[in-house]
Design a protein around this ligand. Structure first.
Ligand SMILES: Cc1cc2nc3c(=O)[nH]c(=O)nc-3n(C[C@H](O)[C@H](O)[C@H](O)COP(=O)(O)OP(=O)(O)OC[C@H]3O[C@@H](n4cnc5c(N)ncnc54)[C@H](O)[C@@H]3O)c2cc1C
Ligand code: SF4
Length: 288
């Protein structure tokens, strides 16, 4: 169950080379939202758009493919996408909202749908929730220290960052790659991530990440009926994605399962320790 409920899992990448050129992995998020916009399944999507400082994203309501393209790539820092959902249904006037987010953000979306405190008439307008896998996130100052001080790269020179194979890597426009072992990044992690028990966005309609698939490809889970219809029934049929059965690719689901298990086991331990954190008193457990 560490991978959540899902109907189907494949390895995939976008068919459009323009989307792939600057996407993080297989361009699943951008291609699926672009398809959903063109088909009228959504009339806009809340994504992590460019902010004022390099690699410091801001949530934006993208209503064009060009705006979706500007949000491509992973920014390893907090981008409060959920804060724009209500606005998307108000000043933007959207009736069919797409949203992308980390597992915790998709949990917030589902909670807002079930317990709509301050979110009146928002829940039924969520038309497509795409979740991205997430092991941990970093406050912006922590990310800046990792990139500028430890990797020796200016934030404005970075064109891509990724985490994989035990390393944090930064790529520059001139083609240089600077890497540090992941263990050097642990002290910069957002503390709230240490009680998180979801790796693969269990509550999304469709969730995707790099782990499990080769470079340039993504692992994609379809989880809900809606996700399955939009992905399998429509986008694949219309030729928007190339897919391979997940069983045919390396390292495949075994690695996804291992990493999900590692995350949940480690963070469950942190949660358990909070119960006896003080002398005769503990810290709050949000799950009970
Ligand atoms: C903090 C973080 C940790 C991650 N950890 C893992 C991991 O451990 N294993 C793994 O397999 N994958 C992880 N990912 C997911 C992976 O890096 C890609 O985001 C995912 O595979 C989607 O790639 P794509 O090519 O389909 O997306 P693209 O088409 O490139 O689009 C990326 C989308 O992600 C959104 N986005 C970017 N940064 C953020 C952010 N900070 N918060 C919310 N939305 C954002 C953008 O709005 C954009 O729409 C992580 C992502 C983040 C943000
Ligand atoms: S580790 Fe969990 S809490 Fe932290 S950003 Fe990722 S999904 Fe959210």
């Amino acid at each position: 169950m560490v991978l959540g409920n899902y109907k189907n899992c494949v390895s995939a990448r976008a068919a459009d080379p323009a989307i792939l050129s600057a996407s993080q992995d297989g361009g699943i998020v951008t291609q699926l939202f672009a398809f959903a916009l063109e088909e009228g399944i959504i009339d806009g999507a809340v994504v992590a758009g460019p902010g004022d400082e390099p690699y410091k994203p801001e949530p934006v309501v993208a209503t064009t493919v060009a705006e979706l393209m500007e949000a491509r790539g992973t920014r390893y820092t907090i981008c409060p996408n959920v804060s724009m959902i209500k606005e998307a249904t108000r000043s933007y006037g959207l009736d069919k909202v797409g949203v992308v987010g980390t597992p915790c953000q998709i949990q917030a979306v589902r909670k807002a749908q079930l317990y709509p405190m301050g979110m009146r008439s928002v829940g039924d307008k969520i038309a497509l929730a795409i979740g991205i896998f997430c092991m941990e996130n970093f406050p912006y100052q922590g990310l800046e220290t990792m990139v500028e001080d430890l990797c020796n790269v200016k934030m404005e020179s970075a064109v891509k960052m990724d985490i994989g194979k035990g390393k944090f890597s930064v790529y520059t426009a001139r083609g240089a790659v600077s890497q540090i072992p992941l263990k050097m990044t642990h002290k910069f992690e957002q503390p709230g991530c240490h009680v998180c028990l979801d790796y693969v966005a269990n509550l999304a309609d469709v969730s995707t990440g790099s782990v499990g698939s080769p470079d340039g490809w993504s692992t994609v889970f379809t989880r809900t009926k809606k996700g399955e219809t939009i992905w399998g029934g429509k986008a694949i049929e219309a030729g928007y994605f190339e897919t391979k059965p997940i069983a045919d690719v390396k390292p495949g689901l075994d690695l996804v399962t291992k990493l999900a298990t590692d995350k949940i086991t480690k963070n469950q331990k942190t949660l358990d320790e909070r119960a006896s954190f003080g002398v005769d008193k503990g810290l709050r457990n949000p799950y009970i």
